[in-house]
Ligand binder design. Sequence first.
Ligand SMILES: C[S@@+](CC[C@H](N)C(=O)[O-])C[C@H]1O[C@@H](n2cnc3c(N)ncnc32)[C@H](O)[C@@H]1O
Length: 240
Amino acid sequence: MPQKRLDPFVNAATTLDATVNPYVGMLREATASGALPLACGPTLAGLKGQWRQHIAAYHGLQTPAKRLIVEIGCYKGQTLLDLTKAFPDTAFIGIDITFKRVVTTAQRLTAHGVKNGFCAMANATLIDQLFAPDELDGCLIFFPDPWIRKAKQAKHRLVGPQFCERLYSRLAAAGFCWLKTDHLPYFERANEALAQASFSRLPASAPELLGSDFSSVFEQRFHSQQLPTFGSKWLKSEIN
Ligand SMILES: C[S@@+](CC[C@H](N)C(=O)[O-])C[C@H]1O[C@@H](n2cnc3c(N)ncnc32)[C@H](O)[C@@H]1O
């Protein structure tokens, strides 16, 4: 049951039946009690520009993290967990549009005692409403839904010209965007959109952005079926 609405500040959990989807009730309860590192709906509006402070305060830390990185489409949190463990001094936010995935991700972070992670249930299309200018140091988009069942569905793809411009405006000067997908036509279009938005592409030979490949669940699925995947890494600043 995804959050299809573009407006990230609408709380879909208030209108849906928790008996149909138990994760609706879990999200409602967790956000009201603060039991999980999870936010949705109107609360997100107040976090714009305040994410680092909020994540530190939620976890009882005195000092906000120096870096803030978002993973869009965090699924059930495996990559986010790997990232939080690899970089304890960086704050990470996982965003997803389904109740089950964000609740599962937040539960996973909590179960592992993670102090530098948080989740948001939101459609990331309007990323500029979720984050302030320059607030982000990086953005990972691994295997965004390619919308391929019908040709007209391609309009739902996240990584297009407008999204790339919005993301660019939210990244700090040295910020990055890391894209992975199995779908070559989407990959090519997304790369065009990133380049048009003034991102600079890192050469394939460049060192890993975060020191490691951080293979995702979908990536592992494709590789286990011997299917090819594609990746590109982009910087906001020009490469000298
Ligand atoms: C194909 S899965 C990939 C999951 C994970 N990144 C991986 O590589 O294993 C795409 C994920 O993106 C989420 N998603 C799709 N559209 C989104 C949007 N507009 N905003 C945030 N998340 C979205 C889906 O719910 C799903 O969890």
